[in-house]
Design a protein around this ligand. Structure first.
Ligand SMILES: [Zn+2]
Length: 340
């Protein structure tokens, strides 16, 4: 008997010993695994050139099990993993699955690298490739119902930037928590909105206190008409609320609530965000802060249970068009502002 046959025999015997429910569970898990593997085989057929979008393609042999194509117009060759997160990556999909588990558990890069058997730089690159695609998914989010809004501030951090990198201003070791007092231009402003359904939006807008344009850049079109919009007395929210046709509830200055409305949930949203950035990840570079904001929105705040989040994220990265290759993950502005 060959090893394979012997193994198969053992599995068969073990299977017979299972009770009916466990048999069903086992078969279900096998089936799910197969479906995932199918997706990971990149059997997708390309119809357009990823470089010039021409439809004149010809198959051009295979490499590492992946179909390659040549474009008859621009003459470039490419695999069918082009424009996916897996482009140029030889690791098995099961490694990505493990990686996503580590992400949802918020493990450090070091621990993640160990568990997945990948290098630290790879662990770093994958984190931001995945978060870049998550960013695209979160861009589609729209809030309704009771929506709480408030901005938060983080110290600019150049952590982890390359040694040759010229600091635009004094480097800070860590992105630390800051209160609204002392609103210097050393702070990035992050307008945030959340709703009772645990959907959320947060993005760096500007330095220091936000004006109307900064709030608009992050929030315009992101809240459904007629939602209840609960904010503090910052002026910008008034106009924003009118423009988006929301029911505005303003909490007066030095008050914590207006009737039964308050912004307690968004305050805790800010606390959990800062705890993750400062204690879990030991401070993050402002360059990558927008990615950590969607990380927080998805992992800490969204209402799905962890195992569902793993599935959602895995499904998303295997289907999303992802053009950020490891080589340019670091190639983004040190302080990404929507409003200068
Ligand atoms: Zn082409």
């Amino acid at each position: 008997m060959t090893t394979n046959k012997a193994e198969l025999e053992i599995i068969k015997q073990l299977f017979q010993n299972l009770n009916a429910d466990d048999k069903k569970l086992f078969l279900k898990s096998i089936k799910e695994k197969e479906q995932i593997n199918e997706k990971l085989n990149f059997t997708r057929n390309l119809t357009n050139c990823p470089h010039c979008h021409s439809k004149h393609l010809k198959k051009n042999g295979t490499k590492n099990g992946k179909q390659r194509y040549i474009c008859l117009d621009c003459h470039k060759t490419f695999a069918n993993t082009n424009n996916t997160i897996f482009y140029g990556v030889k690791k098995d999909l099961s490694v990505w699955q493990k990686y996503i588990h580590c992400m949802v558990e918020k493990y450090s890069l070091r621990k993640t690298a160990e568990i997945c058997g990948i290098s630290l730089p790879t662990a770093f690159a994958w984190r931001h490739k995945i978060l870049d695609t998550l960013q695209k998914m979160m861009n589609e989010v729209k809030l309704d119902g009771i929506v709480e809004a408030d901005e938060t501030f983080m110290t600019i951090s150049f952590k982890g930037n390359h040694k040759n990198f010229k600091l635009p201003r004094l480097a800070k070791q860590r992105g630390s928590a800051n209160t609204k007092r002392g609103l210097s231009k050393e702070l990035v402003c992050i307008p945030c909105v959340i709703n009772l359904n645990r959907k959320s939006i947060a993005k760096i807008s500007n330095l220091g206190k936000p004006n109307l344009v900064a709030l608009q850049k992050v929030l315009n079109g992101k809240i459904q008409k007629d939602s209840v919009f609960v904010t503090d007395s910052l002026r910008g929210y008034l106009k924003l609320s009118n423009d988006m046709e929301l029911n505005h509830i303003r909490i007066p200055r030095n008050k914590h609530s207006n009737g039964s409305f308050n912004i307690q949930m968004i305050n805790s949203y800010h606390s959990i965000l800062k705890a993750m950035l400062i204690y879990t990840f030991k401070g993050v570079s402002t360059k990558y802060l927008n990615n950590y904001l969607v990380y927080h929105n998805f992992v800490n705040f969204a209402k799905e249970i962890r195992s569902d989040k793993e599935q959602i994220l895995f499904k998303h990265i295997t289907s999303a068009n992802c053009i950020s290759k490891s080589i340019n993950v670091a190639n983004r502005p040190a302080v990404p502002l929507l409003v200068a």
